[in-house]
Design a protein around this ligand. Structure first.
Ligand code: CO8
Length: 261
């Protein structure tokens, strides 16, 4: 595989790719070079027929402590505007296959936003989420204000964005930012994320992709349009071999053998 400088890519399960952010000295601060590699690795996994799901993680101390402040600090308006700064930092939100974030330690600023671009967030009890950009004289730029507002509502989003206060894993779970807090212990959250990814990868990839597409539509469409979209995609799955196989296997009391076709 490709050698990367800012990330590690591995395949701990035959159908699951694990991407680990790897700038430990900077608490995985996110820069352009890192995003270039991250986008490449995830796009490759997305296009690889043998991959069913991806897991994204950082270190025990930090998922990512935000965009790299040292890289950003001297940029001017004309730099960021002309070069469309941050525009390709959200490609992860356009992947077809599910990405599960396994968050330990700091997920701040762009780190919180990166986690929010994933489809499922699992947190270790050490996880801390926040949008501290206000302390730097700026605001979130990677979708935090929008994705949080959709997830936790106005009042909580305003508090995070305007005060810069961090919240812990328990609060993040209560607020619905993370699906679950996973038990104590080093590496536990990654282990659990891999097992969720493995479970997803055992399903029909077509149905999984359709499920991701319709859930995401709920954030874009009215209820009426969303319900119609869901039903149409549901109808479409009756054209797949996996629907025939899945339902036949149930009727014959055996395990389905999905061929992703
Ligand atoms: N950028 C650059 N370097 C960083 C960053 C960062 N965001 N965070 C930590 N580092 C570096 C530190 O400078 C330090 O380096 P050095 O050893 O060379 O001094 C090293 O990482 C270790 O950090 P600390 O010594 O500060 O570790 P502590 O345990 O004392 O503190 C904290 C940890 C609380 C996380 C602290 O490092 C901190 O406050 N970091 C900055 C958090 C922050 O403000 N993040 C928001 C950045 S702005 C942003 O994200 C804009 C979003 C843009 C969109 C992104 C789209 C995805």
């Amino acid at each position: 595989g490709t050698q990367y400088e800012n990330i590690l890519v591995s395949r701990p399960e035959p159908n699951v790719v694990l991407v680990t952010l790897n700038r430990p000295k900077a608490l995985n601060a996110l820069n352009s070079a890192l995003f270039k590699e991250l986008n490449k690795a995830l796009a490759e996994a997305d296009q690889d027929d043998s991959v069913g799901a991806m897991v994204l993680t950082g270190s025990e101390k930090a998922f990512a402590a935000g965009a790299d402040i040292k890289e950003m600090k001297d940029k001017t308006y004309s730099d960021v505007y002309k070069n469309k700064f941050l525009e390709n930092w959200s490609e992860i939100a356009n992947l077809r296959k599910p990405v599960i974030a396994a968050v330990s330690g700091f997920a701040l600023g762009g780190g919180c936003e990166l986690a929010l671009m994933c489809d499922i967030i699992l947190a270790s009890p050490t996880a801390k989420f926040g949008q501290p950009e206000i302390n730097l004289g700026v605001i979130p730029g990677g979708g935090g204000s929008q994705r949080l507002a959709h997830t936790i509502g106005k009042s909580k989003t305003m508090e995070l964005v305007l005060t810069g206060r961090n919240i812990n894993a328990e609060e993040a779970e209560r607020w619905g930012i993370v699906s679950r807090v996973v038990g104590e212990g080093e590496g536990q959250v990654v282990k659990e994320a891999l097992s969720v990814a493995k479970l997803i990868a055992s399903k029909s990839q077509i149905a999984v992709q359709a499920g991701k597409e319709v859930v995401n539509a709920a954030y874009e469409l009215s209820l009426e349009e969303g319900l119609r979209f869901e039903r149409r995609i549901f109808h479409g799955l009756f054209a797949t071999n996996d629907q025939k196989e899945g339902m036949a296997a149930f009727a014959e009391k055996r395990k389905p053998n999905f061929t992703h076709s």
